[in-house]
Design a protein around this ligand. Structure first.
Ligand code: SAM
Length: 278
């Protein structure tokens, strides 16, 4: 008998994975959480039946959300991650010895727990002694921190419910204020093919707050449409002019997607996306 997990990406678009078995299912006060074993992509982690990551392709997202900004900042000592409770983003940040401190603010402790139990390939990020984990709402947390962080990563779920506030102008202003005078913010900003209006609104909000703003792209087969976007929003450093390939050289052989060439190519935007953000 064939068992399938289906993600309803929109009312008219679905993605199905043939599964070997359901590993874990639980409900927190925020969302439902599930881990499956799949035939094509290994372990699959979902929140409210949306794909968060798969064992086979998570490296694309986690390398691209982290190494782009870390390759443009000369002294990224103090890092904040909002969301990211699976540990994949902090796993990548930890490769940079220049980083002294990583604070992760995840609203749902069940995410951290289920990752530590069933997703060791990303939860290994929690083992580093530079990491402090706070279980709280990032929207509240950010208001109490000023001029403190070199880079802030917003590794959140889609802009709905308790994550919706992470995509608003007032939140971006709080992020701006929590960054040092040469700080950078990176946020996942969904998929341009079917979320054009959302992308338009997010980038106009970001441009109200940050002087240097650009989307960049990566290709993630298990995310809707396969083309994913991230926002690079910076007070001082430029995403191409300040790229220093030396920063990822010490561990380049351990990366499976990010290279300085991919970094530059990720900012070469197709006209349909340029039109959305200009
Ligand atoms: N890579 C995934 C993606 O792009 O959809 C996201 C990874 S991570 C699992 C997303 C995390 O953001 C979830 O664990 C969720 O609980 C957390 N989150 C959502 N809203 C939050 C908020 N306001 N404060 C802190 N964490 C939040």
């Amino acid at each position: 008998m064939n068992l399938w997990f289906t993600e309803n990406q929109t009312d008219n678009l679905r993605l199905s994975f043939r599964i070997k078995k359901l590993i874990d299912f639980r409900k927190s006060k925020f969302q439902s959480l599930a881990v499956y074993d799949t035939f094509e992509y290994g372990r699959l982690f979902t929140l409210d039946d949306f794909v968060m990551l798969t064992e086979k392709d998570e490296f694309v997202y986690h390398e691209m959300i982290s190494h782009v900004a870390l390759s443009c900042h000369p002294n990224p000592e103090n890092i904040l991650v909002i969301g990211g409770g699976d540990g994949g983003t902090i796993r990548e940040i930890e490769r940079h010895v220049r980083v002294n401190k990583i604070t992760l603010v995840e609203i749902d402790k069940e995410v951290v727990d289920i990752a530590k139990k069933h997703l060791p390939f990303v939860a290994c990020g929690f083992e580093d002694k530079r990491v402090d984990v706070f279980i709280e709402d990032g929207i509240e947390y950010i208001k109490n921190h000023k001029n403190e962080y070199d880079i802030i990563f917003i590794d959140s779920t889609d802009p709905v419910a308790f994550a919706e506030g992470l995509f608003r102008t007032d939140f971006y202003q709080f992020v701006f204020d929590a960054l040092k005078e040469d700080g950078i913010m990176v946020a996942q900003t969904e998929y341009p093919f079917l979320k054009g209006d959302f992308i338009k609104q997010v980038y106009s909000s970001l441009k109200e707050v940050f002087p240097i703003v650009s989307p960049y792209l990566a290709f993630i087969p298990t995310y809707p449409t396969g083309m994913w976007s991230f926002a690079f929003a910076s007070k001082k450093y430029h995403f191409i002019n300040d790229l220093n390939p030396e920063f990822t050289k010490p561990f380049a052989d351990r990366l499976k997607y990010y290279t300085p060439e991919i970094h530059k190519a990720a900012f070469a935007l197709p006209p349909f996306i340029k039109k959305l953000i200009d």
